[in-house]
Design a protein around this ligand. Structure first.
Ligand code: IRO
Length: 316
């Protein structure tokens, strides 16, 4: 039987699966359910310095009808319980049993630096991820699409935190943007990992019968997830895996079975996140996807993840 255990930044993890930030991780009961699940790691909902209610509902919709692509659109607007709540959870989490990532998404650079200072002072083994790609706060553009702001933020976080951390990136769609983003990230050795991708921002889903948008905020515009984004996610994982050889990559986007998890790892992901599919299926999805991944590895004769991690072939 295939062995699913692996390592992330020298930490042993039981398997490569975890939740995508935002899914099943906003309140303690959900975090506890993730801790009890068979996921290899877990991450908290992106948080701000103060709690936020987020955008008006409906703000998340799934598309799951037979014959349709499986996917979701959301414009949650960063609803969260506030930094102190997630730090409190992190302080009582059993980090040896399962690595915990904390996702920060401050509304300003100063807010991010304040939260990062507190996290540093709290001396917990929590792994910091800075979200550079929330697409849904009205009036705020994504830092990941403003390379100058991204460079400034990485410089400030590196000098403030002085420990390894990661960033959650939006999807890029142009080779020049992969090159430029990677070049900036490679200036910062403390950026130890890159999570690709956040939802594909500002998509529009429409109900044919009612001729109405599926969600209410921002005139129906929201972040796209699920089957629609798998090829974009794989491209971003592989683009940064090739360009940032000293950093780990966490893959996110379009994973609903062992097949997509295998493709993310083949493209270079060390860990693989479940978003829309976890939202719909709940934490019971982890044992299913793990069994499917192990079955694919068995079929192919791979005994360990290292045997195919990043080994994507191209056509000569
Ligand atoms: O609307 C959200 O809360 C949200 C966030 I912070 C994000 O990073 N990605 C997303 O799709 N939604």
């Amino acid at each position: 039987m295939a062995k699913l255990s692996t390592h992330f930044l020298d930490l042993p993890v039981a398997n490569p699966l975890m939740n995508a930030s935002g899914v099943w991780c906003s309140v303690a009961s959900q975090l506890e359910a993730l801790a009890e699940s068979t996921s290899g790691a877990m991450v908290t909902k992106s948080c701000t310095l103060q709690p936020r209610d987020g955008n008006p509902e409906p703000r998340y919709r799934v598309l799951a009808d037979a014959g349709q692509l499986f996917g979701s659109i959301n414009s949650m607007g960063l609803p969260n319980e506030g930094f102190a709540y997630y730090l409190h959870y992190a302080q009582r989490h059993d980090h040896e049993a399962k690595p915990l990532f904390m996702s920060l998404s401050g509304l300003t650079l100063d807010d991010n630096l304040t939260m990062i200072d507190s996290l540093k002072d709290a001396v917990t083994p929590t792994i910091l991820e800075v979200n550079l790609s929330c697409p849904n706060v009205p009036g705020k553009s994504q830092i990941g699409y403003d390379f100058e702001a991204m460079d400034t933020l990485l410089a400030e976080v590196s000098s403030g935190y002085q420990r390894p951390f990661g960033v959650k990136l939006p999807p890029y769609f142009d080779m020049a943007h992969f090159d430029e983003a990677a070049e900036i990230l490679n200036r910062y050795p403390l950026v130890a990992f890159i999570t690709c991708i956040n939802s594909v921002g500002n998509a529009l889903m429409i109900d044919l019968d009612s001729e109405t948008t599926l969600i209410k905020p921002k005139d129906g515009f929201g972040g796209l997830g699920g089957d629609y984004v798998l090829p974009t996610a794989l491209a971003n994982v592989n683009a940064f895996y090739r360009r940032c050889p000293d950093k780990a990559i966490i893959g996110c986007g379009g994973v609903k079975s062992g097949r997509e998890a295998f493709l993310h790892i083949l493209s270079g992901a060390t860990l693989v996140q479940l978003g829309t599919a976890l939202y719909e299926e709940g934490p019971g999805i982890f044992p299913r996807v793990l069994d499917e991944l192990a079955a694919i590895m068995d079929d192919k004769g791979y005994q360990t993840i290292a045997e195919f991690h990043g080994k994507l072939k191209t056509i000569a």
